[in-house]
Structures are given as C-alpha cells and as structure tokens.
Design a protein around this ligand. Structure first.
Ligand SMILES: [Zn+2]
Ligand SMILES: [Zn+2]
Length: 330
C-alpha cells in the first residue's frame, strides 16, 4: 500500500489522517513552507515548523489554528510518526518524514543545496520512498553560489550612480536572501516595496541578519532614488508603482534568468540566476543520498528527471501530478 496518495484535495496520508500542502481546505494540513502554492487557506488545523508561523499567519490570517514543531521533533499522527526536517529553501521550510510500520517516506517540499544565510541547510533524510520536486530538472540548470551572484548584483547596482536600480525578485525568501548576502559587500541602506517590507521585518524579528531597509513609502513623493537599490516583487514590474522611479535600470533575480533568452523575453535589462530550488546536480545528488529506491517527481520537469533516474541508476522513478507551481510568477 502506498503511504501517500494523490486525492483531489492534495497529497494524502491515510494511516496518518492528514494532507501535505493541500490545494483545498482539509481537516489537518501539514505545510512544508509558506509559499502560496504550498500553503493555502481553508484548512481547520495547520501543522508546520515554528519558524514558518509568522509568515503563514501573515499569508493565511492570524486566526488559523496553528501547531508549531521544531526540526526533528516527532509527532504521533494516526498510526504514523511524523517529523519535519530542514529543506534549505526559505525560512522555516521543511521536508516531511513519515514513518508507518516498516516504511519511511519523505516529501521534500521545495529545497535547495546551495548555502543560504537566511535558513537552515538541507538535511539528508534516508528513506524508502522520496517525493522530490523538479522545478529545475534539466541539465542546463546549474547554479553559482548565492554569494557570487549577489556580488554581481552589487556591482550592477554600484556601477549606476545616476539612476535608481530596480531589482525584481520574490517577496518571500529571495528578497531576504539578497538582503542578507549583501551584508558581505555593503552596509548601505536598500529600499523595498511594501510587500517585501512586511516579510523582511518578520525575518528580522526571527534573527536573520540583513542590510538595513526602508519601505519606499517612507520617502517623499519627489524623492529621486538616484544610485539607490530598490527591491520589488515581479508583479510590480511595469505597473503604476514603477512610474515613481525616473529612468530606472531593471533586473530580475530568479533561477529562470540563468538561461539565455529568458531575460530578453521578459524585458528586463539584466538577469541574475539566483534560485531557491535545487539545480540538476543538486536534485540527483539528493535523490541518491536519501538511498530511496522509489522516487516520485513533482513540479516542472518531472518526466525528464524520472526517466534519467530510471535509466542511469535503475531507480523506480515516476512523475506525480500535483498542483505545485515551482518558481513561477513568469
Ligand atoms: Zn517554494
Ligand atoms: Zn513548490
């Protein structure tokens, strides 16, 4: 019997009586992390890491019924033992380990293997069956370190003293990672869009070190932002909000930017390949390290990765259809 099945509501563990990252409201929802395709509203009871509590509440409302757990802490749910383990994706993100009789399954959620000063590093959790994401599951995806990429962002910003530099990136996770990595290069203040400001303050309260930030709205309407760096979510690109900045230079920080042509198609002047997901080598390394013999692949390039794992390592690897979206927003 499979320990996890895909139901219309999401990934379901019958002997445990819970769903993982359900895409509809359910009774008990275990949440790997607070990105919107994994954390949806409408469930009666949420279980997630204590570190994701504030972001989850910010996104789903203060009234959600929330139970926080620490990494590694074991919970008895139905006839299963469940624990959350660091996924290295964003603050508080977790893989979920489920033990039932002689079977161990791990659901990765989203994860990465590169260093990230804003969250705990990925923990390898041995298991029989591993459900992995494959957002960037093609050999063309290969990341530089966050430090190297942020150094390029810093240089791009410092080379333009006359215009504002607008860097677009995810409001939750990516923005704070850039702000934290920037500490290595500068102590200059960075401006942020309101959506990023709220999340950055949550990170700061939880002890993540970042450069100082100010929301745009703290400056008078006629402020020019000459030579300043401003972080904004992709939805603000070419919006009315952007009119506030005279002749800005623009860039986008995302895993998709590591591939030629992606930047030009979207109209940004520069692209910085910075992802919070594992690259091709990171995915394969992780699958191998778990020692799992059965692999289910979700998000993105499911077929390609599953076939590669089958053919190269003789693993029983299969694509699994879900509603998770990967590093979307494009
Ligand atoms: Zn995510
Ligand atoms: Zn995802």
């Amino acid at each position: 019997m499979a320990l996890i099945n895909v139901l219309p509501e999401g990934l379901y563990c019958e002997p445990g009586g819970f769903f993982i990252d359900p895409w509809r409201g359910v009774d008990t929802a275990l949440i790997t992390h607070a990105h919107s395709d994994h954390a949806r509203s409408g469930s009666s009871h949420y279980i997630a890491t204590e570190k994701s509590k504030d972001v989850l509440r910010h996104r789903l409302g203060n009234t959600i019924n929330f139970q926080g757990v620490e990494y590694g802490e074991k919970l008895k749910l139905g006839n299963t033992w469940v624990s959350f383990h660091a996924a290295g994706h964003v603050l508080g993100s977790a893989q979920i380990r489920i033990e039932h009789r002689d079977q161990v399954w791990v659901i990765s959620g989203d994860y990465k293997r590169c260093e990230d000063p804003t969250c705990a590093p990925f923990e390898v959790v041995p298991c029989d069956t591993f459900i992995t994401e494959a957002t960037f599951g093609l050999p063309i995806y290969r990341w530089d370190t966050g430090e190297a990429t942020t150094r390029r962002i810093y240089q791009w910003w410092r080379d333009e003293l006359e215009r504002p530099s607008l860097l677009f990136c995810y409001a939750f996770g990516k923005a704070q990672r850039v702000l934290s990595e920037l500490c290595q290069f500068t102590d200059q203040l960075v401006y942020v869009h309101g959506a990023i400001h709220v999340l950055t303050e949550i990170y700061r309260q939880l002890g993540v070190k970042m450069v100082d930030t100010l929301p745009i709205s703290d400056r008078p309407r006629n402020h020019q932002f000459k030579g300043d760096l401003i972080l904004a979510p992709p939805a603000a690109y070419r919006s009315a909000w952007m009119k506030r900045f005279p002749h800005p230079q623009t860039a986008f920080a995302s895993g998709w930017m590591s591939v030629r042509g992606a930047r030009r198609r979207r109209g940004y002047e520069r692209g910085f390949g910075l992802s919070d997901h594992a690259d091709w080598r990171g995915l394969i390394q992780t699958v191998r390290q778990t020692q799992a013999q059965t692999i289910y692949v979700t998000h993105g390039q499911t077929e390609v990765l599953a076939r590669y794992l089958n053919e190269t390592y003789g693993l029983n690897a299969l694509p699994l259809k879900t509603l998770f979206e990967g590093e979307g927003d494009l």
